[in-house]
Design a protein around this ligand. Sequence first.
Ligand code: GTR
Length: 323
Amino acid sequence: MLLIGGTILAAGAGAAVAADCEINLRSADTHPAGYPTVEAVRWMGDQVKERSQGRICLEVFPASVLGEEKDTIEQTQFGVIDMVRASFGPFNNLVPETQIVSLPYIFRSPQHMYKVMDGAVGEQIAEGFAQHDLIVLGYYDGGARSFYNGQKPIKSIDDLKGMKFRVMQSDVFVDMMAAFGANATPMPYGEVYSAIQTGVIDGAENNPASYDTSGHFEVAKYYTLDEHLIMPEVLAISKVTWEKLAPEDQALLKTAGKESVGVMRDLWAKKIAESEQAVEKAGSEIIRGIDKTPFIAAMEPVYAKYVTTPEAKTMVDTIRSTE
Ligand code: GTR
């Protein structure tokens, strides 16, 4: 966001600036147009424009055009980009408060995750983000992440032994893979397709919508619904941008951001069903109904490593006792 002659303009060369807006906000997303996260922030943009009588414009830059997630997060911290929507994964090493809710099998269901993130735990994590110059506008749904690869159907935990999977750039997931008996290769999302295609890795893990829209199903046809991670995602605005806004504009963005959460979660359920159908039609084999008990049991060392402080233990207890 730039302030030029009393008008705040979007930062960056060549940014599309709507002439009639006083404030132009740019939001980054790794997903393409049509993906629920992109459409929810677009919805928010429409609301914000309408409610500000056209003073505030918010534009989503999808498909990683502003960079890979880790870079756009950093740029948002510095105020080069105003907003970012990303998984909790790439925040794990930066905002330690995000780690507990990123542990494998911590949530029983998406509804359990919503309840936790919409309560005191979500607020505590928002304070962690704020310490790193990111103001939380809402928590989105990152679905349930599962393994996929191009070699063989994974039906039990033993099938994972020795295989190489891409994970998000987070120590939690490197430890998770070791506990599963597999090898982790952390890398940006945009590099995964060719890494599988060229055999640098055997596969990756993600939710059905990402498996579909990234095209990863084309190079990794076996998708096992082990659902090891039910992940929250975040929509955050840069503190640098935030502090330049009038309190009434901050309130407007907060409200619209919060409302966009419901829009995203509604779109999500529909998208998951569509994606599962689409990849199966394209030849993917979805392995359903596996016994998750050994997968859950194998995560004990990961919990032992990350749930050490009294605060972490309290957070785990609060999550587990949330009905
Ligand atoms: C997706 C998530 C993205 C990104 C991606 C990844 O599910 O929505 O924000 O983190 O996974 O694996 O990098």
